[in-house]
Write a protein that binds this ligand. Structure first.
Ligand SMILES: [Zn+2]
Length: 265
């Protein structure tokens, strides 16, 4: 039996890896088509009215100059801003290929790269893995894409944040916490231990590798969402709406290329 709609506590819209840029396609990445794809997601979200929308990183793709990149960001953020509900942005490596973190955050009107909030009796955490192995924050292409790390200071913040959390928790990250390959956060194992030890985390939603994937580790679902930028035409779009129910059941409605899931408690 599906969880009862009357038991629904939070509805969340999710999009990831939009890579918007006013430039021709590169391989399978159709940067300009993101505008029509986000419009389709917008129509769906206007119907289903999520409480908030999470953009899981790589909102933009590189430009030749900071000025042009700021224009790309303003253009795509006009679409994101028009979506219903609050907006939350996870930093992706491509967000800070041309810009600094400060410039990106200013462009989307968000104060911090990592933070947490509560809604409907649940706790939500936004992580920032855009740090090099030597601890330097990404910015202006000063990094290798496969050197993603969550520094000790943020790990300690996460531990304390989860300890203080009063509700079951859902985490959002761009780079993956469930793999050891190039797409994974280098200290993912350390971060997973913090999530597991809290006993509060239901699921982690990620982007970065552009393909649907799911791994269950230590009682937590690590769900990787499909990239919006991949492929040409509406049939290659991908976005999702997630319902979280009293008790912690999660139902993810996937649209177009996005896989669907339901995890019952
Ligand atoms: Zn991407």
């Amino acid at each position: 039996m599906l969880a009862d709609d009357a038991q629904r506590r939070v509805r969340i819209g999710m999009v990831t890896d939009l890579h918007y840029a006013d430039k021709p396609p590169a391989g399978s990445l159709h940067h300009r088509e993101t505008l029509t794809k986000i419009a389709e997601a917008g129509e769906q979200f206007q119907k289903d009215k999520p409480d908030f929308v999470v953009e899981l990183g790589d909102l933009i793709d590189a430009a030749d100059s900071v000025e042009v990149e700021k224009k790309y960001l303003a253009r795509i953020n006009k679409e994101i801003s028009a979506l219903p509900g609050d907006k939350h942005y996870v930093l992706g490596n491509h967000c800070v290929a041309t810009l600094t973190k400060g410039e990106f955050l200013e462009g989307v009107g968000q104060k911090k790269p990592n933070y947490s909030f509560d809604m409907g009796g649940f706790h939500f955490v936004v992580l920032d893995a855009c740090f090099r192995g030597d601890g330097a924050p990404y910015g202006r292409d000063n990094f290798k894409w496969n050197d993603a790390n969550i520094p000790e200071e943020q790990v300690n913040w996460l531990r304390a944040d989860l300890k203080a959390a009063t509700g079951k928790t859902i985490v959002f990250a761009h780079q993956r916490l469930d793999v050891k390959n190039d797409y994974g956060v280098k200290n993912a194992e350390q971060v997973r231990k913090v999530l597991e030890d809290s006993g509060k985390v239901l699921a982690v939603f990620q982007g970065h590798s552009h393909k649907n994937d799911l791994k269950d580790i230590g009682g937590i679902h690590y769900c990787t969402l499909v990239a919006m930028v991949e492929g040409s035409g509406a049939e290659n779009n991908g976005f999702s709406l997630m319902d979280v129910f009293e008790g912690g059941t999660i139902r993810l409605a996937g649209f177009r290329k996005q896989a669907k899931y339901e995890w019952k408690t």
